[in-house]
Design a protein around this ligand. Structure first.
Ligand code: ADP
Length: 818
């Protein structure tokens, strides 16, 4: 770059003007220009023919314009000399120009083919020498840094520039090369103050340096990564070679071959096999022990382990099945009958699309063990999993295979456990499936259970369709109302309400005791539990509808017995046979400790304000004691014991009924305003809800208000209306069972439920006197120990005695043993 010579410029003359598109020419700069536009070629030709060869070079404001007008051209430009012109074959011109001096266009003059301009020179204003030299040295340092980062700047140019002392010239020379944007270069050209031109340059240099540094960093990272994977590849290959040399050989190869073998032997459907083999070839490419290798390996293992073709041969011998069901379970005749019907249909129809069995009932009534028996009878494998608390669809359908530790859903897991394509798969607690933002597990279940869809069940982990159509699904539930409707529609419900004490004794003697005795390693006849002791265990150590706790208590007895036997055998003379252990009602306390439940009903005296209701819970039927106390007060109505809203409404309905009958009961008008009524339901930890406690609430209140005791042998259930009508209730079987267990003598049930009595097994009704009632008057008459109408009954319509639908069979009070 030469110092510009400006002496020979004649500023009075007009000079041709060339608009520049994408370049800004600075004084002192030599640059080639490629020119194609006609006007521009004319301007260059003109300049080249003048003695001075001067031309004004000014940049366009918008590079895209082909024919810029005066206003589109920056006024500040550079007067330059055209030193060479070369005509190119396509008519364009390459011209070499040398920048001379900054100039401002004062006036445009229209020439023949191009523009001419009249200009004035622009002189640099220079700051104080100190400021300028400080800015200059900073700019030089930055330029040095820049040139080191940018390999494109030639070394000689750098040296030449560094040696420059004139700040203005240095700024021009560097700006022409370093500043990236045309507008910024134009600003540098227009900056007549050297210091501000240097500042522009400094900020541009800083920006450029930053960009270059960033680029370098990214380049380095990419390079490092590439080096690492090359290194890994190289090392893996080396390791393989070393292993081969050591003769361990084809360690990995062998493993892959083994895996391939397994895939081929698994008898997968063709497309699954294809997928597995593809995954295997991917695995072979992966570095061993890498994360993706593990994920891929696990996936192949799952594909291999899930049963694709293994099945068990169905045994469909109905007589044999009946034998097995009887062998495993006492009673349950209706349930067994229904199961046998189901199996018969299955025998006749090749692929059954019928409903899925759902065993519904409280815990411990044998739902699971029935499922096991069915599997045993059919010669199928049995697997189960619980849906209790499952909220995430992925638990049913699996997690996508994106991270280490993802697994197929529970259904596919169970299939692997079963090892055959046609197991009996029991889905426990289907009434406890919940759904939330993690998807709807019920929808996934529906797909699995629906015979139309389950031929191609889709598990997210497995990714390939799995055929569930040969699986026999059985579900279990405690309550039916929480089962999602669409699922409910697919199922046939078989209810198992629970056992009476008599049935429990039979189950214990015939099934549970022999089972526990064997499990505890005791000899067959070494333990005798007397009938009284057994009855005591059932009544006073457990309170349940099923026999789960009973089995647990019997196991406890067996444990103690086993210890006694072992101690005796250890200390005794060898050869003597261990003495038989006898458990009686008297020594039971040594085995099970103090009793846990008292026979409340038997012990309770008839009391005022205390009535016994019957309730339905998920654990089966239950007794519900309701207490009412009357105190002097101001008409407050207090309800305690965790009552639900429906219970509270029932209590208010009961009070309204009593008030409407106040006169007949001999209660003074407005009696309720001078007293507080407190109703409490003990065992407050359990929430109580449901309308069927209405009659019990009313009886308890009437008894307390009139001070007439309620008979302790009566239990009742029924919804109540404001006019004292008694409405139907649900769960009659379970409630009667609870009454039976508790030793209640008389049960009052709504007349509307009379039709349901035929579905209640005879042994449940045994020992109970069941009366159907239409209204509260009938209830009160039966429940209270004396009539509240004593004085006024003459005037009132004589009450018919409520009909007793069922009377206890003579001598059958208590439990029947057979
Ligand atoms: P659930 O699945 O209904 O909660 P289980 O099937 O686990 O109940 O039963 C608990 C225990 O009681 C099991 O050992 C089962 O064999 C036994 N059991 C239940 N009902 C009967 C019955 N009717 N006869 C014989 N054993 C029974």
């Amino acid at each position: 770059m030469n110092p510009p010579e400006e002496n020979d410029i004649n500023w009075d003359e007009t000079v041709p003007m060339l608009p520049l598109r994408d370049i800004v020419v600075f004084p002192g700069m030599t640059a080639p220009l490629f020119v194609g536009r006609k006007k521009s070629i004319a301007a260059l030709d003109h300049a080249f023919t003048t003695p001075s060869r001067h031309i004004m070079l000014a940049s366009q404001k918008d590079a895209a314009l082909d024919d810029p007008s005066q206003k589109d051209i920056n006024k500040v430009g550079c007067v330059a000399e055209v030193s060479q012109i070369l005509r190119l074959p396509d008519g364009a011109i390459k011209a070499l120009i040398i920048g001379k001096k900054r100039g401002r266009i004062l006036e445009f003059v229209k020439g023949e083919n191009h523009l001419l301009v009249k200009c004035e020179p622009l002189a640099e204003t220079s700051a104080g020498p100190e400021q300028a030299s400080a800015a200059l040295s900073l700019a030089k340092t930055l330029f040095d840094k820049y040139s080191k980062l940018n390999q494109n700047v030639p070394r000689e140019a750098v040296d030449a520039l560094k040696g420059m002392d004139d700040a203005g010239q240095f700024a021009d020379a560097v700006a022409a090369n370093v500043i990236p944007r045309i507008e910024d270069r134009q600003k540098a050209l227009e900056a007549l103050d050297v210091k501000s031109r240097l500042e522009l340059l400094i900020s541009s240099l800083q920006e450029e340096i930053e960009i270059l540094q960033l680029e370098r960093k990214v380049r380095n990272q990419v390079k490092k990564q590439m080096e690492k994977s090359q290194r890994d590849y190289y090392l893996t290959e080396q390791m393989k070679a070393i292993q081969k040399e050591l003769g361990k050989g084809d360690g990995e190869r062998g493993e892959f071959a083994e895996l391939k073998d397994k895939i081929l032997k698994a008898k997968m459907p063709k497309e699954v096999e294809k997928k597995a083999l593809k995954e295997l070839s991917k695995l072979e490419q992966m570095p061993p022990m890498s994360a993706e290798g593990t994920v891929s390996r696990n996936y192949i293992d799952w594909l291999v382990d899930v049963p694709w073709s293994a099945t068990t041969q169905d045994k469909l011998d109905i007589a044999e099945a009946a034998k097995i069901l009887d062998e495993d379970h006492y009673g349950l005749d209706k349930v067994k009958e229904r199961i046998l019907e189901y199996l018969s249909v299955r025998k006749l129809v090749e692929k059954m699309k019928g409903p899925i069995l759902c065993f519904a009932g409280p815990p411990g009534v044998g739902k699971t063990s029935l499922g096991k028996s069915i599997a045993r009878a059919m010669g199928r494998k049995f697997v189960r999993f619980s849906l209790g608390g499952v909220r995430d669809e992925a638990e049913i359908r699996g997690h996508r295979r994106t991270y280490i530790g993802s697994l197929p859903g529970r259904i596919i897991q169970s299939m692997k456990k079963a090892g055959t394509k046609n197991p009996v798969l029991m889905l426990d607690e289907i009434d406890k499936v919940a759904s939330d933002y993690r998807g709807d597990p019920a929808a996934a279940l529906l797909e699995a259970l629906d015979p139309e869809q389950n031929v191609a069940f889709n598990d997210h982990y497995l990714e390939v369709d799995y055929d569930l159509s040969e699986v026999m699904f059985i579900t279990t539930a405690n309550a039916l109302h929480t089962i999602p409707r669409p699922l409910m529609d697919r199922m046939e419900v078989i209810s198992i309400p629970g056992y009476t004490d008599g049935e429990k004794e039979n189950i214990a003697t015939k099934y549970l005791i022999p089972k526990q005795v064997a499990e505890h390693g005791l000899a067959k006849d070494s333990l005798a539990i007397s009938p009284e002791a057994l009855r005591k265990i059932i009544r006073n150590h457990t309170r349940e509808s099923g026999v789960r706790n009973l089995e647990r208590e019997l196991a406890a007895v067996c444990r103690k017995a086993a210890r006694k036997t072992a101690e005796k055998a250890g200390g005794g003379k060898s050869g003597t046979k261990a003495r038989k252990i006898e458990v009686t009602a008297q020594n039971l306390v040594d085995y099970l400790g103090e009793i846990k439940f008292r026979d409340e009903l038997k012990e309770a005296k008839s009391g005022t304000g205390v009535a016994t209701g019957l309730a339905w819970t998920e654990l089966g039927g239950a007794m519900l004691k309701i207490e009412t106390t009357i105190m002097d007060g101001k008409g407050k109505f207090i309800l305690t014991g965790k009552l639900g809203d429906v219970m509270k409404e029932s209590a208010h309905a009961a009070l309204s009924y009593i008030r409407s009958r106040g006169k007949e009961f001999g209660l003074k008008k407005g009696f309720q305003e001078k007293i507080d009524i407190h109703i409490h339901i003990p065992e407050g930890a359990t929430p109580k809800e449901g309308p069927s406690a209405g009659v019990t609430l009313a009886v308890s209140m009437v008894s307390a208000l009139l001070n007439i005791p309620v008979s302790n042998e009566v239990a009742m259930t029924g919804e109540i209306t404001l006019r004292g009508q008694v409405l139907a209730i649900g769960g009659l079987r379970e409630k009667l069972l609870a009454a039976n267990r508790a030793g209640v003598k008389t049960v009052l049930i709504p007349e509307e439920n009379e039709k349901d009595l035929k579905d209640v097994p005879a042994n449940v009704k045994q020992g109970l006197s069941i009366a159907v009632v239409k209204n509260m008057d009938e209830v009160i008459k039966l429940a209270l120990t004396s009539s509240p109408w004593k004085k006024k009954v003459k005037k009132a319509e004589p009450l018919k005695h409520p009909r007793v639908k069922h009377r206890p069979t003579p001598g059958s009070a208590g439990v029947a043993l057979n």
